[in-house]
Design a protein around this ligand. Structure first.
Ligand SMILES: NC(=O)c1ccc[n+]([C@@H]2O[C@H](COP(=O)([O-])OP(=O)(O)OC[C@H]3O[C@@H](n4cnc5c(N)ncnc54)[C@H](OP(=O)(O)O)[C@@H]3O)[C@@H](O)[C@H]2O)c1
Length: 255
C-alpha cells in the first residue's frame, strides 16, 4: 500500500514554495520521498526554505525565478538539464491576489493577476511536459485552483477568471498529455491560513463569515492540502486525469 504513495526517486518542482501553501506542499512531497525544487521570486527566501527542508533531512534545491517570465523559466529548465535534474512532478502553485471592484480595475492589474495565476501554469508546464514526453517515463502536473474555479465573489474578478481558467487548462493539458502517461489534475483549496489572506484573517467580520459559511466552521491549514497533493503526485492516481479536487472543508457542498 505504501508503494502507491511513494515518491522516492522523483523530483518535484513546486512554484511559489518559499512560504505558504507551496512550502507546506513541498514539505509533504519531501516526506513522501521526493527531492524538492523550491521556487519563489527572491533568492534569499528560496534559500531559507531549502535550508529548512534540508534541516529536516530532506533532499532539496532551489531556484528563484518569476513564473511569468518565459525566458527565466526556460533558463531554469535548461540549467536543470545540464545538471541532469529531471522534473517528474510539477506543482503550479505560485499565485497572487488583488482586490478591487471591476469598474476601478486597471488593465495592468488585470493582466498581472491573469499572468501570475493562469499564464504561468502554461509557461512552466510547457517546459516540464516537453521534457516528460521526451523521456517517456510519464509525469505528474498539479495545478492549484481555488473555490473561485467554481464561483465568484465581488472584487476578485481577475483572480476568479484565472482560477476558472486553471480548471479548464487542467483539462486541456490532460487532453494532450494523458497519452504520454502524464496525469494533470488540480487542487481547489478553500480559505487557508496563509499570508495571502492575512488581511481577511485580521478582519473580524470576514473571519466570522468564513467560519459561519463553511460547514467545517474554520479556516483550513496549508498542511491539510498535503494528502491530496501526495495522492495526485503518486502512482495511486495513475488513471486520474483532468480532475479538480476541492479541499475546502465542505464549502462547495452547501449553499
Ligand atoms: N490561501 C488561500 O486561502 C488560497 C485559497 C485558494 C487557492 N490558493 C492558491 O494557492 C496558491 C498559494 O497561495 P498562498 O496562500 O500560499 O500564497 P502566499 O502565502 O501569498 O505565497 C505565494 C507564493 O507564490 C510566490 N509567487 C507569487 N508570484 C510569483 C511569481 N511571479 N513567480 C514566482 N513565485 C511567485 C510567492 O513568492 P515570494 O515568496 O517570493 O513572494 C510565494 O512563495 C496560490 O495559487 C493561491 O491562489 C490560496
Amino acid at each position: 500500500m505504501t508503494q502507491l504513495f511513494d515518491l522516492s526517486g522523483r523530483t518535484a518542482l513546486v512554484t511559489g514554495s518559499a512560504r505558504g501553501i507551496g512550502f507546506a506542499l513541498a514539505q509533504g512531497l519531501a516526506a513522501a520521498g521526493a527531492r524538492i525544487v523550491i521556487n519563489g521570486t527572491r533568492a534569499d527566501t528560496v534559500d531559507e526554505a531549502v535550508q529548512r527542508l534540508r534541516a529536516d533531512g530532506h533532499d532539496a534545491l532551489g531556484r528563484a525565478f518569476n513564473v511569468t517570465d518565459e525566458h527565466a523559466v526556460a533558463a531554469a529548465f535548461e540549467a536543470w538539464d545540464r545538471d541532469e535534474i529531471t522534473i517528474d512532478i510539477l506543482v503550479n502553485n505560485a499565485g497572487i491576489q488583488f482586490r478591487k471592484p471591476l469598474v476601478d480595475l486597471e488593465l495592468a492589474d488585470w493582466q498581472r493577476v491573469i499572468d501570475t495565476n493562469l499564464t504561468s501554469a502554461f509557461i512552466v508546464a510547457k517546459e516540464a511536459a516537453r521534457r516528460m514526453i521526451a523521456r517517456g517515463r510519464g509525469g505528474k502536473i498539479i495545478n492549484i485552483g481555488s473555490l473561485t474555479s467554481e464561483g465568484a465573489r465581488a472584487t476578485v474578478a481577475p483572480y476568479t477568471a484565472a482560477k476558472g481558467g486553471i480548471k479548464m487548462l487542467t483539462r486541456a493539458m490532460s487532453a494532450e498529455w494523458a497519452v504520454h502517461d502524464i496525469q494533470t489534475n488540480a487542487i481547489g483549496p478553500g480559505y487557508i491560513l496563509t499570508d495571502m489572506n492575512q488581511a481577511l484573517i485580521d478582519n473580524v467580520s470576514f473571519d466570522a463569515w468564513v467560519r459561519s459559511s463553511n460547514p467545517s466552521q474554520r479556516w483550513g491549514k496549508p498542511e491539510e492540502l498535503v494528502g491530496t497533493a501526495v495522492y495526485l503526485a503518486s502512482p495511486a492516481s495513475s488513471y486520474v486525469n483532468g480532475q479538480i479536487i476541492y479541499v475546502d472543508g465542505g464549502w462547495l457542498a452547501v449553499l
